[in-house]
Design a protein around this ligand. Structure first.
Ligand code: TRP
Length: 343
């Protein structure tokens, strides 16, 4: 049981269920969430409607992905007793709030969202496909995200820098609601940017599952070793007898900063004196990463073997989230004077 008193600040964040998570997700987000769930009233949402904005053709895959991401979260220690862990689509009040917020959101606010323009460009091969991809729902992405946050009256939102414009959007929507109806109801959510260690994929590019260069939390020991073996090192080090340069080492050295802090001095010395070759150095790193991932994999496997338990955990979180979102929705309707015909 936790004994630390939580402050009243409410934190809300979400992830799209698009597949299994990798170590970049862990060190970029989840590690912070573990800290937040001890300190704040935390709401963590698996945002499957947001996945649908781009994956509508593969909608049938989304529920499996929800399960996968839930397993990853729970395996790393996201605790349904400390945080409210739920599935967005299991809280229909969010959709209703989205509808209400869409009524007060000027069209040009959604049209100028830079992140969406990038998204469509990335997803589409040509102009025609871009028009097809740019659905009404995708255009509403930031409105839906605002509803996610405001349904819980979240005041802090841990997100990456790429989400900054969406968060400003949510703030503008909250302020607009408050102004139009003359209330001080929705808090203007503030971003909580966290220092993200730059974990590159094994090929030295940005780590991402679509690039096939990521190390997943659920990867087996063998797969992890295999992937690390391919990692790009110091491209100027040709022969085993050449001294290496840690500052030119693209992937293993930065990974040692995260996984093997205690031995970085030794690694540097051995590398730069050609005391160790890249092959052996990477094998050692793979071992360290496997040691780190071991307990996570174990917990994940146990949970994966017990689908009822995962279902129960999510149902528990969904119910908690729903009670809160219901309260917000009826208060918002009350403020708008719209609740009269409801019951
Ligand atoms: N847009 C976020 C992303 O792509 C996911 C998200 C949806 C979210 N709703 C949210 C994040 C609410 C924080 C709060 O990463």
């Amino acid at each position: 049981m936790t004994t630390t008193a939580k402050v009243a600040t409410r934190i809300m964040s979400g992830m799209r269920p698009t597949g299994r998570l990798h170590i970049g997700h862990y060190f970029g987000a989840l590690i912070n969430w573990l800290d937040f769930q001890e300190k704040y009233d935390s709401y963590f949402s698996i945002v499957d409607w947001h996945a649908l904005t781009t994956k509508y053709q593969a909608s049938r895959e989304i529920p499996d992905n929800v399960r996968e991401i839930a397993l990853d979260w729970l395996a790393v220690g996201i605790d349904p007793e400390r945080a409210t862990v739920y599935v967005q689509s299991a809280v229909p009040e969010i959709a209703e709030l989205h509808l209400l917020l869409s009524m007060i959101t000027p069209q040009n606010w959604v049209e100028r969202e830079p992140t969406l323009k990038d998204m469509v460009r990335m997803l589409a091969a040509d102009e025609k496909e871009a028009r097809d991809r740019a659905t009404y729902g995708l255009l509403g992405y930031p409105v839906l995200m605002s509803a996610d946050i405001l349904a819980f009256r979240g005041s802090l939102v841990p997100v990456g820098k790429d989400q900054q414009s969406h968060l400003e959007f949510a703030r503008d929507v909250a302020r607009r609601f408050n102004t139009i109806y003359g209330v001080d109801y929705f808090p203007e959510p503030q971003p909580k940017f966290t220092a993200t260690p730059l974990l590159k994929g094994v090929d030295g590019q940005k780590m991402g599952k679509s690039y096939g260069n990521d190390i997943k939390l659920a990867d087996t020991e063998e797969d992890t070793l295999k992937k690390i073996k391919q990692a790009v090192t110091d491209r100027t080090r040709i022969a085993r007898s050449d001294p290496g340069h840690t500052d030119l080492c693209e992937v293993p050295w930065p990974m040692y900063q995260i996984f093997g802090k205690e031995i970085t001095a030794r690694v540097k010395e051995e590398c730069e004196s050609a005391g160790i070759g890249c092959v052996d150095c990477k094998a050692r790193l793979g071992g360290i990463i496997n040691e780190f991932l071991g307990p996570i994999r174990e917990r994940r496997q146990k949970l994966a073997a017990d689908p009822d338990k995962v279902r129960q955990i999510l149902e528990y979180g969904n119910a908690k989230a729903r009670a809160e979102a219901k309260k917000t929705l009826s208060e918002a309707l009350e403020i708008m004077g719209m609740i009269r015909w409801r019951y």
